[in-house]
Ligand binder design. Structure first.
Ligand code: PLP
Length: 369
């Protein structure tokens, strides 16, 4: 594995495209006969959309969701011609032509976006495809019930553009027992009953593993493709995709009471051994993990000693016999001993944020193609 640490990198991020595709197929099986799309926004949750999206296309995925037009522009040439690329945030004012030129399908989240798309279709004399999002209760994006009245008065949804999908988004899909899930489901059914018949999409990763009623025609999983269980603590077929390892830069012995790192916030009352690795908050390793997170060497937990710096952090390796770890040796930051979810929990955040913050100074390898 040493040869994969390209450019003398201090840390190695390994992204398992085979596990990614196993997860895609597991979700597709779970929701059949509904289809499974893939949400590849934010550079495929930090894992490299240019590698992830083509791998998913090869696994049979034909529907991809990004958040921004710029993401769609970058991804379009990498996808098969019959793949559809949807923009969740929809249209920014004046971006209608660019969106059409990019061959992307906007999600129309409100009356203004719908009007702008209809105007573009009229100007071009084309019935261009678009998605309508309705707000089923999250109050973030989508047409409210009153907006639907206005929409139906102003726009001929059968003729003014090509309504390819009607969608909404769950606020609590990751909490299977939450009352908001059946409430949102009922509201989605009621709102879509007022619109022309079109395929419907409702579930994210969590929603894909609720009851079959949440599947509709197309599900939109993101985080579970990338290895995060849809419902924390419950069994699932989802496999880890990401592994992060760092190499030891230096190991030192310190006397009792000697402080470590900025602010000298770690000062053990016994002599200790401290190892420094070249991963810091500029690499997306949360500074909140100062004096609370850890790395692993085999089964041994190596607590983060002191504050996480910008480009490095220090580990207390006293639990290992002296000489076990030396210059160039490898410790695990994300992997079988410390899953992504555990790092997120220690940092007081969610796996999404750890993933989308993963640094660009790591050597990155994509395996299992
Ligand atoms: C991000 C997003 C998803 C994917 O959600 P996950 O929880 O990562 O599965 C699906 N739909 C919408 C509208 C989103 O914004």
């Amino acid at each position: 594995m040493q040869s994969t640490w390209t450019g003398g990198a201090a840390a190695l991020l390994t992204i398992d495209l085979k596990a990614l595709c196993v997860n895609y197929r597991a979700i597709a099986r779970q929701v059949a006969p509904a289809q499974a799309a893939a949400v590849v926004k934010a550079d495929a949750y930090g894992l490299g959309a240019d590698r992830v999206a083509p791998a998913l296309a090869a696994a049979g995925c034909r529907n991809f969701f990004v958040a921004h037009l710029s993401e769609a522009v970058a991804l379009r040439p990498l996808l098969p011609e019959d793949a559809r690329l949807f923009i969740l945030n929809g249209l920014m004012p004046g971006a209608e032509d660019l969106c059409a030129e990019a061959g992307a399908i906007p999600v129309l989240n409100g009356l203004d976006q719908a009007r702008a798309w209809v105007a573009l279709c009229k100007a071009r004399g084309q019935r261009l495809p678009a998605v309508l999002q309705v707000d089923s209760g999250m109050s973030r994006l989508g047409l409210a019930a009153a907006d639907i009245d206005t929409l139906l008065r102003e726009i001929d949804l059968e003729r003014d553009f090509d309504l390819t999908l009607v969608m909404s988004h769950l606020a609590c899909g990751d909490e299977p027992e939450h009352d908001a899930n059946p409430d949102q489901l009922a509201r989605f059914e009621a709102l879509t009953a007022r619109l022309p018949r079109a395929p419907r999409s409702f579930a994210n990763s969590g929603g894909s593993f609720l009851t079959p009623a949440f599947g509709f025609d197309l599900v939109r999983p993101g985080v579970s493709l990338y290895g995060v269980a849809p419902h924390a603590g419950l069994p699932s077929p989802i496999q880890p995709v990401v592994r992060l390892e760092a190499r030891i830069i230096q190991v030192r012995s310190i006397p009792a009471g000697q402080g470590v790192g900025y602010g000298l916030t770690y000062a053990p009352d016994k002599p200790a051994r401290i190892a420094t690795i070249g991963v810091g908050y500029a690499d997306g390793w949360p500074r909140h993990l100062s004096n609370r997170g850890a790395a692993y060497y085999g089964n041994t937990r190596l607590p983060i000693a002191g504050r996480v710096s910008m480009d490095s952090m220090t580990l207390d390796v006293t639990a290992l016999p002296e000489g076990t770890l030396t210059y160039g040796d490898t410790v695990e930051l994300i992997g079988p001993h410390q899953p992504l979810e555990a790092v997120a929990a220690d940092a007081g955040t969610i796996a999404y944020e750890i993933l989308t913050s993963l640094g660009h100074r790591y050597a990155r390898v994509w395996i299992g193609e």
